[in-house]
Design a protein around this ligand. Structure first.
Ligand code: URA
Length: 244
């Protein structure tokens, strides 16, 4: 088989997989894409999940109210070791939400996600693809820094992920972008390489989920910068199609 035909077949296979992941018919008509647009704005899957949690934070009516309700959290040992609780930052009605794994040292000190070198690279890359940091929302799965930046533990994720879900239920984004292998695998309960995770668009509580590099990985290997930018451009094109 020639290389061109193989590439074409791979692309067709990717297309079918995307449609399947998003529960979309293979050939979407205009009216279908209208329906899809509406579907992306509702968070009934998340709300159904939150309904079963008997805690006050699920009743928060705004992000600032939610922040005030949870920022003294001591549900896991990270509550004792954190400097600042890192709730999230950005547009409370953002269409695109970026999710990292957990705050690092700079974020722990300042109380804002992605403010260190990796965060600056993220902000610059967003600008490059036509998005301002202020127009998207940026947060993490864990709101407190794990000591020495170790990976989040399953029991920490179990306590903290409901906070992320409540944030998403208030923001109602059309797209989520997980930054890095750990964030992607944690949200999807998978254990895949980033190379594999990047191949698809997933579905997180009925919201399309893209997975790309963590900006810190780009700082370690600047050769990946173009691929990172290309991933974000793909996501942005998908978003532009969704809203047109
Ligand atoms: N890495 C993350 O995953 N999140 C941050 O907020 C900073 C670095």
């Amino acid at each position: 088989m020639s290389i061109e035909i193989k590439e074409l077949l791979d692309k067709i296979e990717d297309f079918f997989r995307y449609q399947e992941e998003l529960n979309l018919p293979v050939f979407a008509s205009e009216s279908t894409s209208e329906k899809t647009k509406a579907k992306k704005l509702n968070t009934e899957f998340i709300d159904y999940y939150l309904k079963n949690i008997e805690e006050d934070f699920v009743k928060a009516n705004s992000l600032s109210e939610l922040d005030a309700m949870i920022n003294q959290c001591q549900k896991c040992p990270l509550g004792k070791t954190r400097t600042k609780f890192v709730f999230g930052v950005g547009n409370p009605a953002a269409d695109i939400v970026f999710v990292g794994e957990a705050p690092g040292a700079d974020e722990d000190a300042q109380g804002e996600p992605f403010v260190g070198r990796a965060g600056k690279l993220l902000t610059e890359t967003l600008k490059k693809i036509g998005l301002q940091r202020e127009e998207v929302y940026i947060c993490n799965i864990l709101k407190c820094r794990p000591p020495n930046n170790r990976d989040p533990l399953p029991q920490e994720v179990e306590k903290c992920e409901p906070y992320l879900l409540k944030q998403l239920s208030l923001i109602k984004p059309r797209i989520i972008v997980a930054l890095g292998r750990i964030a992607g695998n944690t949200l999807l309960r998978k254990n895949e390489t980033l190379t594999n995770l990047r191949k698809n668009i997933y579905n997180y509580y009925d919201i399309p989920l893209f997975i790309t590099y963590h900006p810190a990985a780009i700082l370690r290997n600047m050769g990946l910068k173009t691929t990172f930018e290309e991933d974000l451009i793909k996501m942005k094109n998908y978003y532009d199609n969704l809203i047109q």
